[in-house]
Design a protein around this ligand. Structure first.
Ligand code: GRF
Length: 193
């Protein structure tokens, strides 16, 4: 079975990319391309270290969001990407990109959606006095963190937690959940083909 070709969009340190890549050797997907809008993202250094192709597309180099997104789509298509994973990608995607990849974009978010969408989800959970949080992998639609939920993992919020301690506890679960969901999607896609 040919592994599902996955394109990972990143802007930062890339710990979820690392988890995806490390799990891929025994999974039904491969990371075919890493796209970053940030030239010095740690994720790019990791990808280079393990020999995964990368594309750096700084969004400011494009006159419009549409032009930036077309460049991303072109790079993904050229690499044969079949599924797009947003792993700490800090740009809002327009309906044009989401439409072009309809049903084929997944995102990982550090809360139990629909609670605490958007930025600083661990901080939002703490400020709301929540006692449980976690992470969500969902399909991306045109809203912010609103698409159909594929899977979630819970973590407790403990007395004395800070945003950093809570985010770190959630991250451990992200690294388990994201590769599992992408592998399951890959198997479904191949079974349906
Ligand atoms: C993660 O917390 C993810 O849930 C959120 O952005 C962060 C990315 O972290 N969307 P990393 O770059 O994968 O380490």
């Amino acid at each position: 079975m040919t592994p599902l070709q996955v394109g990972v969009l990143v802007s930062g340190r890339g710990s979820n990319l690392r988890a995806l890549q490390q799990a891929s050797s025994t999974a039904a997907y491969r990371v075919a391309l890493v796209v970053s809008n940030v030239a010095d993202a740690g994720a790019l250094a990791f990808a280079a270290d393990v020999g995964v192709p990368t594309a750096v597309l700084p969004h400011r180099a494009y006159p419009t969001r549409a032009a930036f997104e077309s460049a991303v789509t072109e790079a993904l298509r050229a690499a044969g990407v079949e599924l797009v994973v947003l792993a700490g990608f800090m740009r809002v995607l327009t309906p044009v990109f989401v439409g072009a990849w309809a049903g084929r974009i997944v995102n990982i978010h550090p809360s139990l959606l629909p609670a605490f969408p958007g930025l600083d989800a661990p901080g939002q959970a703490l400020r709301a006095g929540a006692t449980v949080s976690g992470c969500t992998v969902h399909l991306v639609d045109e809203g912010t963190d609103t698409g159909p939920i594929l899977a979630q993992a819970e973590v407790p919020i403990l007395p004395g937690d800070t945003e950093d301690t809570l985010a770190a506890r959630i991250l451990v679960e992200e690294h388990r959940l994201l590769p599992r969901v992408v592998d399951a999607l890959a198997r479904q896609r191949r079974a349906a083909a």
